[in-house]
Write a protein that binds this ligand. Structure first.
Ligand SMILES: C[S@@+](CC[C@H](N)C(=O)[O-])C[C@H]1O[C@@H](n2cnc3c(N)ncnc32)[C@H](O)[C@@H]1O
Length: 409
């Protein structure tokens, strides 16, 4: 998918690309990764139990997730987007003797994971890392491929990130244009300020258009450049939001009549770019499948019944193979997830035809290439959209989608 590759070289730092391997950072801060002997923690989960200085993230679709994962004693899960631990707590509340690696790239979330580890007597294993760093870390800490029963990816930013003005995620409060999910932990990464005040009009347009899905991208990019020429820097969230708001409506506006749709899209585009979110997601989806448990009986059944999948649907659903759950909050995240789960070629435009290569009479595909298109690696179990109530409560501009799939290969 060429659109996701566009920005791989803009800054030289955002260099993950769909075709190349990521750089693994220095993880000397990773002291919390160890297993504890565990005791069963049977307590109801409570999203507000942590200190009040940061509002806890209220997770969505917890019940659906627990039902689909159906945790059993002795199983290991990874919550790859721990946040304040809502989904992990929901899994723990099943009362089963499970362990959860609670991972997040945000040091604040890491702190929350530590707290939960203490409260649950080590059932939670805190980990500070990004998706792209996880496979290396798991290997290093002796987590075998095929040993994980469930992976959760609840994408986007957390309520804590949005609520803290100093992190610059929200246009509702005055703050620096930062938007780094890693916070100061990764001080080599670029900020939204760097993007807004350094990139040229062409690149800004691409970011707003492709990552923000904003039709007026070029107009906003041109205005930002003009503003830089006339007033030097745009350095706060409110300055940027006011500029976008005034351009969107064509006149200076009062608070009561503001339509923040354009500002929402521009901020989304910036956040996705600054955190390299789609490349991270792509890499995470690609690499983490190997770590899920694979029930070989089901793999065999699947391979033998490719022409009649309906007949074996129930067996696959009931199998003990590991499951992946992804909750996405925008079209880009959901499309990328869907293409992984369906086994569509990520590097080419979406098509229901087999890749060009396999249409050519001159080219005979190798067995390996044939296997790649014939055998899908995932079997989709369900796709659930957020309820109207959840959309309103969380002011979502796009209905959140939960996709759950089971490893079959
Ligand atoms: C929507 S929040 C998750 C909230 C969480 N499910 C809860 O119940 O509190 C998304 C979290 O994912 C983290 N995140 C996003 N991209 C990440 C990545 N590539 N690697 C690690 N963490 C990531 C963010 O820092 C944020 O804390």
């Amino acid at each position: 998918m060429t659109t996701f590759k566009l920005f791989s070289n803009l800054f030289g730092v955002n260099c993950l690309s769909f075709n190349c391997f990521p750089r693994i950072g220095n993880l000397s801060t990773l002291s919390g990764f160890r297993f504890y002997s565990n005791q069963l923690a049977k307590r109801p989960f409570d999203f507000d139990e942590d200190e009040q200085s940061f509002p806890c993230h209220v997770p969505i679709m917890c019940n659906e997730l627990v039902e689909l994962f159906n945790p059993q004693d002795g199983q290991l899960f990874i919550d790859m987007t721990f946040g304040s631990g809502g989904h992990s707590k929901a899994l723990l509340a099943s009362g089963k003797d499970i362990k959860i690696i609670g991972m997040d790239r945000d040091p604040l979330a890491y702190k929350y994971a530590h707290r939960l580890a203490e409260k649950t007597n080590g059932q939670v294993i805190p980990l500070l890392a990004k998706f792209s760093q996880l496979p290396g870390l798991l290997d290093k800490h002796g987590i075998q491929k095929g040993s994980i029963q469930g992976i959760i990816m609840d994408l986007g930013a957390s309520a804590m990130q949005m609520a803290d003005p100093s992190r610059g995620f929200s246009f509702n409060s005055e703050g620096p244009l930062d938007m780094r999910m890693d916070g100061k932990y990764c001080n080599v990464s670029i900020t939204a300020d760097d993007v807004i005040n350094s990139l040229d009009v062409k690149d800004l347009t691409k970011i707003f258009k492709i990552y923000g899905c904003e039709k007026l991208a070029a107009k906003y990019a041109n205005a930002i450049i003009d503003c830089r020429v006339m007033m030097k820097r745009i350095s706060s969230t409110i300055e940027l939001a006011n500029l976008i708001d005034s351009l969107a409506s064509g006149h200076v506006i009062e608070d009561v009549e503001r339509d923040r749709t354009s500002a929402t899209r521009v901020f989304q585009g910036l956040r996705i770019f600054v955190n390299n979110e789609l490349n991270e997601l792509n890499y995470g989806l690609k690499k983490m499948r190997d770590y899920l448990f694979r029930d070989d009986k089901v793999t065999q059944l699947y391979k033998n019944n490719l022409d009649n999948m309906k007949a074996i649907k129930d067996e696959i659903r009931a199998s003990t193979s590991g499951k992946l759950a992804v909750i996405s909050y925008n079209r880009l995240e959901d499309t990328l997830t869907k293409r992984h789960l369906q086994g569509t070629d990520i590097d080419n435009p979406l098509t229901h035809q087999p890749p060009q290569l396999f249409n050519s009479r001159l080219h005979k595909p190798t067995d390996q290439q044939m296997e790649r298109i014939v055998f899908k690696k995932w079997f989709s179990l369900s796709k659930i959209a957020s309820s109207q109530q959840e959309i309103e409560q969380k002011s979502l501009t796009y209905p959140a989608k939960l996709r759950v799939a089971i490893r079959v290969l």
